[in-house]
Design a protein around this ligand. Sequence first.
Ligand SMILES: [Zn+2]
Ligand SMILES: [Zn+2]
Length: 216
Amino acid sequence: MKIEVWSLGPFETNAYLLTAENGKDCCVVDAPRDAAKTLLPEIKKRGLKLTHILITHGHWDHMCDAHAFATAGAQVLAHKDDQQLIENIKAYRSRYESMMPFLTESDFHSVKVNQWLNQGDSFEAIGLNFEVRHVPGHCPGSLLFYSAQEKCAFVGDAIFKGSVGRTDLPNGNWNELLKSIRTQVYTLPEDTVLLPGHGGKTTVGDEKKSNPYAKP
Ligand SMILES: [Zn+2]
Ligand SMILES: [Zn+2]
């Protein structure tokens, strides 16, 4: 598969566009603000069929534009523990506005999830099988999407190159995050490329060796 990334919105959140080997189907991982107006014209121009929008977790900067991808025909996949954040984002508007006073009504769109994913589930997208791992701690519904075939995993805000997700947000939990990283990320093959929700990619082996926050 071909993987392209755009860092978008006020937190430079990564939106990944995954295109199938056959060059026909595509799917998107995470939907920061401006992802729809950036990626949808590109998808159209290339004549691709958008099949899925995968949401790594329900924080606003990852789900903001998911409604537009859903309207464009994508199936929405996420974890049930973030149902409220994803399907009722307007209820959290004041919380986000206190951090980002420049947000307006049009920045808050809920989206209906088509398929709830759980630990150990797998699903097919763009001709590949993705294994689902639940990695709570940064957010209760944090998910990891792993392709053994492509040796890569989309990890959302669980772990970053040389860092880990913050746990001081509502429902964050440091011990849970550390457990998720140790049992769900560090158990992947060492050469697995980790594609996080912010910043550049890394590998399981590199983080096990040098991540200062999460030792194996
Ligand atoms: Zn987050
Ligand atoms: Zn984030």
